[in-house]
Ligand binder design. Sequence first.
Ligand code: HPA
Length: 248
Amino acid sequence: MTTLSIIGGTGLGQLAALTITRHETLSTPYGKPSADFLIGELHKKPVVFLARHGNPHHIPPHKINYRANLWALKQLGVKDIIAVAAVGGITPVMKPAHIAIPDQIIDYTYGREHTFFDGNDASVTHIDFSYPYSQKLRAALIHSAASLDLKVSPIGTYGCTQGPRLESGAEIARMERDGCDIVGMTGMPEAALARELDLHYASIAVIANWGAGKTANEITMAEIEENLHHGMANVGSLLQAFMSTYTS
Ligand code: HPA
């Protein structure tokens, strides 16, 4: 049984080290997931890979069918999810190409299908979300980074914006006052939907750029791609170390 899934974001549309044994095209009561699920082995352990933005990368953050993605992963028997995501850095330690394992979330998105409990059931359900990320998976990732001597930020608050535009300088300043360390566009509702389905979920956030207004320059796609390229090499090593100790 494949119990681990890796969801790849911008800069991680595929996993080079993945040995694919089958492609699974799934449909769900919520519609179509972002892409086929690639089922195989990563460093000799079973894994399901999903490209969050589709394959090739074409679905913007606000159009991703998060419910279909998470529902399908549950149907496949997945229990643990490592979500890789590109983010902007807000607080000083969150420098481009650095990696963070966030422990908290603030949701600034709107208009997304963000729950499975949308009132069509008989009962009204409020999940606990005090600690949005799985402590077990976070601890394993932090331990794996330490085993590699890879410096990662072991905590951080992820602010999720609607996109697809980047933020204004004032929006980033407000997010910093709110307590956000990093900013991305896909962490929500993904993390909450995982919790609703009782899936353990943790994220590897790769800093692609300084958040808007943190430097005098505008943010360019070239800069984002360059930093992601460096950061993703470390994500590959981190995943390898994580897989070597992972047990379902
Ligand atoms: N803001 C939001 N999402 C992002 C950013 C950013 O600056 N960089 C990469 N993803």
